[in-house]
Design a protein around this ligand. Structure first.
Ligand code: ZN
Length: 218
């Protein structure tokens, strides 16, 4: 969010380069790197539709930065009934001195948090309405595909290292690490870093592939 990232090589785009080169701004890539269109063509030819769609999401996100988008997203999740907590900017852990037990749907508290820390990432508490399966890398996605009798996801986000599948909360199911290689389950007491949270790594932000559909009013 503070640093522009080249969509295809994932290196940093220097602010001067972004400011001076319209082609860099239009593609969010370095001169000489594959453009998002070229990269999507390459991935589609290789049959990797999931990664091609992730590139499309990254590009959309780069072209349409929205002011206060973290605060807006946090308020939107709360309006859906999802309890949220602020996380450290660019990170996955709660803001210093706060815990996931403080996650809330209270609009006043959420406004106060993001007014104080506009770049704070967003946690959605799991085990309350939704659970989240964290799939790390291609292995996680493959192993999820091999599991049977899993509920259909009600939301799907890209993470810097894989995917988050949002499922209806399943009572009594806790957090299990490495349920299968590359696969963690987040239930009561856990949380998921939610879009459009950003990452200190060069892998880019969390993005919705399919925003949560909780079946209620929007
Ligand atoms: Zn590049």
């Amino acid at each position: 969010m503070n640093t522009r990232m080249c969509i295809t090589c994932r290196g940093v785009i220097m602010p001067g380069q972004w400011a001076s080169d319209p082609a860099v701004r239009a593609t969010s890539t370095h001169p000489g790197c594959p453009t998002p269109e070229q990269e999507m063509d390459r991935l589609a030819a290789a049959g990797d539709w999931v990664e091609a769609e992730r590139i499309q999401c990254l590009w959309d996100w780069a072209l349409k930065p929205v002011p206060n988008q973290l605060a807006r997203a946090a308020a939107w999740y709360a309006s859906l009934g999802l309890a949220v907590l602020r996380l450290q900017p660019g990170g996955k852990t709660p803001y210093p001195g706060e815990t996931i037990a403080q996650a809330t749907t209270d609009p006043a508290q959420i406004t106060a948090w993001w007014q104080d820390t506009p770049q704070a990432n967003i946690a959605i508490a799991t085990g309350r309405l939704v659970d989240v399966v964290n799939l790390d890398g291609p292995l996680g996605l493959a192993n999820w595909g091999h599991l049977t009798h899993q509920p259909a996801p009600i939301g799907w986000a890209y993470t810097p290292s894989g995917h988050h599948l949002y499922l209806p909360a399943q009572q009594g199911r806790g957090c299990t690490h490495h349920q299968a290689p590359g696969l963690d389950y987040r239930g009561p007491g856990g949380w998921a870093v939610a879009p459009p949270s950003w990452s200190n790594t060069p892998r880019g932000p969390y993005l919705w592939r399919q925003p949560p559909n909780l079946g209620g009013p929007r």
